[in-house]
Design a protein around this ligand. Structure first.
Ligand code: TXA
Ligand code: MG
Length: 345
């Protein structure tokens, strides 16, 4: 574990990220912070290195990885047929939480990165340590979120340590990540791009720059296979089952009491606005409803906190699916296996 205290002056921690970069060049795996969540990085050009990511995470081999780059010039070496709108998005949102899916070019990248697909996801993370690491390693860096497969993504170095210590070569600790939910995954292989995973950049933000953007049908109704392989897995799940409650605070409190009468220890995921009104075994406020960005930033940490308690069931508030609320509800619904109780139904 290498801790970097001053993100504004990396010269003080030069030896940390050069050590990490050397390990990447030696085809070892190293975790590092991005603006969304911590990533588990490996040299994207090496089968040996990329294989270690799948092993450490216990990740299914049919789920492709995102390639992280530090300059747009690297993009043109690994993808082709980049549409005009993609360049507009790049100039607006890179570095930042937007992953572009584009046709793969050449055979430099390990085929394990793309899980055999002819497209590849690429993004430029907006984090000084991530960018310094990629530059120093001087290779494209394949990196999924640095959690054990199926667990909530890590937003603190301690989350990575908890899930993966002993299985990876090191962790660059840059403190808490900012956005808290993963990047938006956007398929750019057709005339109108499609959101495959809602994330840090919202549909509205994309549309303000390039006009029409569609959403993968699988994200809207059940019964469709998602186009991002990773979206088909249960994900983000704490140990106790999660149920989303769409209703008033009184309704939520009644549900809590009902389960408590059955002898259950109930955990509640609520917000700053409502925390004082709710009484249960474990009540945790996850940000403020007035600023959904604060909910996104704390969501995975809160889901993990319930794992440190002895709750049998987690009841969660519901959030409006606007702006970053789309990504929040997408992750919560996955954590809940789509279990929602609507007041009045
Ligand atoms: O914010 C993020 O994107 C973080 C940080 C570390 O950069 N990374 C991340 O990676 O969330 P991961 O592996 O946990 O999620 C990548 C998602 C998966 O759902 C995967 O199936 C999808 O992107 N994906 C990757 N390559 C793809 C491709 N060629 N076509 C379709 N989906 C792809
Ligand atoms: Mg992940």
């Amino acid at each position: 574990l290498w801790t970097v205290d001053d993100l504004t002056d990396l010269s003080t921690s030069y030896s940390h990220f050069t050590q990490a970069a050397n390990l990447l060049r030696e085809n070892e795996v190293v975790a590092f912070p991005t603006e969304t969540v911590y990533g588990l990085g490996a040299n994207a050009c090496s089968d040996e290195a990329v294989q270690k990511i799948y092993e450490a995470k216990g990740r299914p081999s049919d789920n492709p990885l995102i390639v992280h780059i530090a300059s747009v010039s690297t993009l043109d070496k690994i993808v082709k047929d980049v549409p005009e709108y993609a360049y507009k998005l790049i100039s607006e949102f890179w570095p930042g939480p937007l992953t572009l899916i584009l046709p793969k070019k050449g055979d430099e990248l390990s085929t394990l990165v793309t899980a055999g697909l002819d497209t590849v996801g690429v993004r430029m993370p907006d984090h000084p340590l991530a960018l310094a690491l990629i530059r120093e390693a001087d290779v494209p860096v394949a990196a999924p979120s640095a959690n054990k497969s199926g667990k909530p993504s890590p937003t603190h170095a301690s989350h990575v340590y908890h899930d993966l210590h002993g299985k990876i070569s090191g962790i660059l600790d840059g403190g808490a990540t900012g956005v808290g939910v993963e990047s938006t995954v956007l398929d750019c292989t057709s005339a109108v791009p499609t959101i495959l995973r809602p994330g840090g950049v919202t549909k509205g933000q994309l549309e303000a720059v390039i006009g029409e953007v569609t959403i993968d049908q699988a994200l809207i109704e059940e019964g469709h296979a998602p186009k991002a392989p990773g979206m088909k897995y249960t994900h983000y799940a704490p140990n106790a089952p999660v149920v989303i409650v769409d209703g008033t605070i009184n309704f939520l409190q009644k549900l809590i009491e009902q389960h408590q009468r059955e002898g259950k220890k109930v955990g509640v995921l609520t917000t700053f606005e409502n925390v004082a009104q709710l009484h249960a075994h474990k009540v945790i406020a996850c940000g403020s409803r007035a600023d959904l960005q604060t909910v996104a930033a704390q969501l995975y940490d809160v889901l993990r906190k319930f794992d440190e308690s002895d709750v049998d069931l987690i009841l969660s508030e519901s959030f409006p699916q606007v702006g970053v609320g789309e990504a929040i509800m997408n992750r919560l619904l996955k954590a809940a296996g789509n279990q929602v109780i609507v007041e009045g139904n």
